[in-house]
Design a protein around this ligand. Sequence first.
Ligand SMILES: C[S@@+](CC[C@H](N)C(=O)[O-])C[C@H]1O[C@@H](n2cnc3c(N)ncnc32)[C@H](O)[C@@H]1O
Length: 198
Amino acid sequence: MGYVVREEWHEHYADGKDFRPLGDTERALLAEHAPVPDGGGRALDVGCGTGGLAVHLSSLGYVVDAVDFADSAIGRARAEHTDVEGVRWLRLDIERDDPVELHPDGYDLVTLRLAYPFLRDRSRVLHALGERLRRGGALVVITPTAELTSKERRSIALDEGEISLLTAGWEQAERLDADGLAVVVLRGPGHTVSAAVE
Ligand SMILES: C[S@@+](CC[C@H](N)C(=O)[O-])C[C@H]1O[C@@H](n2cnc3c(N)ncnc32)[C@H](O)[C@@H]1O
């Protein structure tokens, strides 16, 4: 699997396929390391697919913006979670589109689950997302590691060097494990806004 274009993601979801469902360990780690702030919190899930994580974050009490650039992902997420309130499904290319629809006051939690390795310009996107974090907020990347991924599927994973790059420049970076997935929790005033972002 090399670079994946938007149409391929679209076909994947249009064919009724999904990805590894959110696991119990991931749920437990999110509850422990990214609890909803007192008084409520807002989360952004980037590359949300059909919305399993976004719906889970909503069940924890977050108000969620969930974005994906594949039409069929957002279409299915809307259709499959009609009973869920508190998630706004947005069709958006996080690398290329005008982010005007994202919340101007930023987020307490930004998540990228099984999505970060697919970005073309990872550090630019990470920096831009970090600037959307509210004070005390966390950016959580959940990803396969190269060590536990077959050579053919290497591009869906991060190796140790790529994980080090991901954590560089943050005040706090915690690396956790969820049944073989790396869960990287990043925080830091260097990337934190207190209120509105441009
Ligand atoms: C492997 S899937 C993971 C989906 C979901 N997070 C999950 O855990 O099941 C990666 C997702 O990232 C989305 N994606 C990739 N590049 C994107 C971009 N530039 N902007 C928005 N979504 C993107 C794809 O459409 C796809 O839904």
